[in-house]
Write a protein that binds this ligand. Structure first.
Ligand SMILES: Cc1cn([C@H]2C[C@H](O)[C@@H](COP(=O)(O)OP(=O)(O)OP(=O)(O)O)O2)c(=O)[nH]c1=O
Length: 184
């Protein structure tokens, strides 16, 4: 069984490499903006499914796709459109708890499995100066919720409840455990 990671996210690659999982990368292009779903669980499920079904799949391969969103008070935060949008996102996450949801899909020609993982993240109360000083790194650009917990965004976070890697973009332990069962 050959694992194919259909993702352009460097974080997802790094996480699999961290635990020595062998995989190949495959291109996948899904227009995420066309998916208009307001429920975060449903959203990450549909997006990881779409990403999976827009990837070529051959014999004895398993395709892994994932989608991460931030959710707070019924609002979904994806990647920010620009600096002003990023500032607005971090401001509304300041001093409060939000959820990070990552959905993953494992798919072969015979089977599919969906994994969803949620982690609560609480931000410190942030001043406008602190927010601007964070945004100057450009760390926010390609990340859901406009921050990266694994990079400069670490200083924004007071505490988390749940799996850390889910925030980074992949519930690594759950995915590896599921893959081990697929291999049996
Ligand atoms: C909250 C948070 C998100 N992120 C990232 C993980 C994801 O890469 C990104 C959310 O975008 P996604 O649409 O989930 O993924 P992607 O577009 O980067 O890659 P692909 O669809 O090709 O798999 O936000 C972090 O790196 N750190 C964080 O703390």
């Amino acid at each position: 069984m050959k694992l194919i990671l259909a993702s352009s996210s460097p974080r997802r690659r790094d996480l699999l490499n961290q635990v020595n999982i062998k995989f190949e990368l495959r291109e996948q292009q899904t227009d995420e903006s066309r998916v208009n779903i307001t429920d975060p669980v449903e959203k990450v499920k549909v997006l990881s499914e779409l990403k999976s079904y827009s990837t070529a799949l051959h014999d004895s391969e398993v395709i892994l796709t994932a989608d991460t969103v931030v959710s707070k008070d019924g609002i979904i935060y994806e990647k920010p459109k620009d600096l002003a949008h990023a500032r607005e996102m971090i401001r509304s996450l300041s001093g409060a708890t939000h959820q990070v949801l990552t959905g993953c899909m494992l798919r072969s020609q015979h089977e599919e499995e969906f994994i969803i993982s949620k982690t609560d993240v609480t931000f410190y109360e942030l001043t406008d100066e602190e927010i601007d000083s964070y945004l100057q790194y450009g760390d926010h650009l390609d990340k859901a919720g406009a921050y990266g917990i694994q990079s400069q965004g670490a200083v924004l976070v007071r505490e988390i409840h749940g799996d850390y890697n889910t925030v980074v973009g992949l519930p690594l332990a759950e995915v590896v455990r599921a893959l081990n069962e697929w291999r049996e």
